[in-house]
Design a binder for this molecule. Structure first.
Ligand code: SF4
Length: 335
């Protein structure tokens, strides 16, 4: 059985159930890299120039961790998944960059995804990918349909049950611990609700964000993330803030930020990656909106490989203290 490696980084958080289903339907075994560690980040960083963005360094560390553990590594080049809305250039060149900087990598299975080139081209590319496993076009079609359904189920699970991607993956694989989800069912124990915005590969990689979500939850905060919103909510917030989207990630930053600034959160935190151009532009849009509305506090935090845990904890505590003070004042003003 062919073993396909999938790095637990970048687009993994959005598409893992879809990719897994596709390869398994075609008879392959899927091997996922382990959780990020300091050694993985250090090894990934050593392969590229210093000002490469943090998530790409992490990604390369994950690829390195798969060397010797699989027969091929799946690295798609995702240019666009929506008409005239584009991914950042790092995603387009990912397979080529990986080949160049990690020559010892197992063969890379890549596919170009660009919806702007039309459905016909997309199907051809999927078929080309499927041919690595079978010459039977019907089998490839079946695998693509099952994969697409897995993706839709995954999205629905996250938005309807307010689950973050790692929890949704655990739920799908049947390993989600019941207490993980039940911890906020008693609303009296919630100190405040925090809207957390940013790319999934920053929000859910606990090594690079120093267990940000876990820290908030441990101190009695409910955390809402972009994946917990329905597509329509994200699109309507984007339309209100910037009109037409240009970047794919506008949903997870501008859309979620615009939504949580006005609905359901006591404060919003934006997590950005050092070295990311699109992030600085989009986070600034949310920042300006927060300043305009003056409804709830907003804080942005930039992560890089040298970000100290103590610095993250201090800023988090200062921010949540401010939210609690604001909430107390509101209560006092009402009595
Ligand atoms: S969007 Fe930013 S953080 Fe993500 S890959 Fe591109 S440059 Fe890196």
């Amino acid at each position: 059985m062919i073993r396909i490696g999938i790095p637990r980084a970048l687009l993994y958080y959005q598409y893992y159930p879809m990719w897994k289903t596709f390869f398994e339907e075609l008879g392959a075994e899927v091997v996922v890299s382990p959780l990020t560690t300091q050694a993985m980040l250090a090894e990934g960083s050593a392969r590229v120039v210093a000002d490469t963005c943090l998530p790409v360094k992490v990604f390369l560390g994950h690829v390195l961790s798969l060397v010797g553990k699989c027969d091929s590594i799946f690295i798609p080049a995702v240019r666009s998944v929506k008409n005239n809305v584009y991914n950042c250039s790092k995603f387009l060149g990912l397979p080529d960059m990986t080949k160049a900087v990690i020559p010892e990598s197992p063969p890379i299975l890549d596919i170009d995804i660009d919806i702007n080139k039309g459905k016909r081209r997309l199907y051809q590319n999927i078929y080309k990918l499927g041919r690595h496993f079978t010459w039977n076009p019907f089998k490839i079609r079946q695998a693509s349909l099952a994969a697409w359904q897995a993706y839709l189920n995954y999205q629905k699970l996250m938005s309807s049950h307010k689950l973050a991607p790692p929890e949704a993956v655990e739920r799908i694989s049947g390993t989600l611990k019941p207490e993980r989800n039940a911890s906020f069912s008693d609303s009296t124990s919630i100190q405040a609700t925090i809207g957390l915005i940013g790319h999934p590969y920053l929000l859910y990689d606990e090594y690079i964000n120093h267990r940000f979500i876990h820290r908030l939850e441990q101190t009695g905060h409910k955390v809402l993330t972009p994946e917990m919103l329905a597509k329509e909510e994200l699109e309507s917030a984007i339309a209100g803030l910037v009109g037409k989207a240009y970047w794919t990630y506008e949903e997870e930053i501008v859309g979620a930020g615009g939504h949580y600034l006005q609905n359901g959160a006591d404060g919003v935190i934006g997590i950005m990656a050092f070295g990311c151009g699109p992030d600085s532009l989009m986070m600034d849009t949310v920042h300006r909106q927060a300043a305009r509305l003056r409804t709830i506090p907003f804080m942005s935090l930039t992560l890089e490989e040298h970000t100290a845990e103590a610095g993250v904890v201090t800023r988090l505590e200062a921010f949540t203290d401010m939210i609690h003070r604001k909430k107390r004042k509101r209560v006092e003003a009402c009595v």
